[in-house]
Write a protein that binds this ligand. Structure first.
Ligand SMILES: [Mg+2]
Length: 222
């Protein structure tokens, strides 16, 4: 936290998606649920050990996934986002703020879940997905050629949206959140991101659910 925060209206608000707005990693679940073999496991392990970046991991994992658009849409219709996000989103809207989602998953999946949960007007930056029968073909419009770690370089998109005099707020949990969070003024972290910030002795606010963040801002100015 490098700048003083007195109101949420001072912020530019960014969210990760999986495990931040959803109760579990939806993309991981899709890969496990719809794979025809266990080929995804070795990609997951290689990615966790830092041997491959997330683009190679996603491309490898999706090669063994078989699901058509209709069945994927049906599966996604059951996913519920964090129930407090509606309240928090309304609070942001009241302040004239539009949150932005930065994800290393796929835009189609995220927009489908948001739509099903009645959330509109949220800009989503994520990887692309094309359907070909029951095969999923990923594409990556936001890669950083100089850094192989993430398929979507969230940091680049975050900095593109930077506005002078606005405090950048980032909410996330995973490896792909480290770079954008390190460029942010106020960070809400859990999971891997929280461990990273604690290891580096950097300031952040630990959270479990969006309710914690909602309460944090309700407490400001009191
Ligand atoms: Mg996440």
């Amino acid at each position: 936290m490098q700048r003083r925060l007195s109101s949420i209206s001072d912020c530019r608000v960014f969210f990760d998606f999986d495990n931040t707005l959803t109760p579990f990693d939806v993309l991981d679940d899709i890969v496990k649920r719809f794979s025809i073999n266990k080929g995804w496991v070795s990609f997951e392990q290689a990615w966790k050990k830092g041997k491959i970046g997330s683009q190679a991991c996603l491309e490898g994992q999706l090669r063994s996934v078989r699901v058509n658009r209709k069945d994927l849409v049906r599966y996604l219709s059951r996913i519920k986002i964090d129930p407090t996000f509606h309240k928090f989103f309304a609070m942001l809207k009241k302040e004239g703020l539009s949150p932005i989602i930065l994800s290393d998953s796929f835009k189609f999946i995220i927009e489908e879940i948001l739509k099903n949960n009645g959330i509109r007007e949220v800009k989503v930056y994520a990887n692309g997905l094309r359907f070909s029968g029951n095969r999923l073909a990923p594409f990556f419009p936001y890669r950083n050629q100089k850094c192989p770690r993430c398929a979507h370089c969230k940091k680049k998109n975050l900095l593109k949206k930077e506005v002078k005099d606005k405090i950048i707020m980032y909410v996330g949990d995973g490896l792909s959140d480290i770079c954008p969070a390190e460029c942010s003024d106020i960070v809400f972290a859990k999971g891997r991101l929280l461990r990273h910030f604690r290891d580096k002795k950097r300031l952040c606010v630990a959270f479990n659910s969006i309710e914690d963040i909602h309460n944090y801002f309700r407490g400001l100015g009191k």
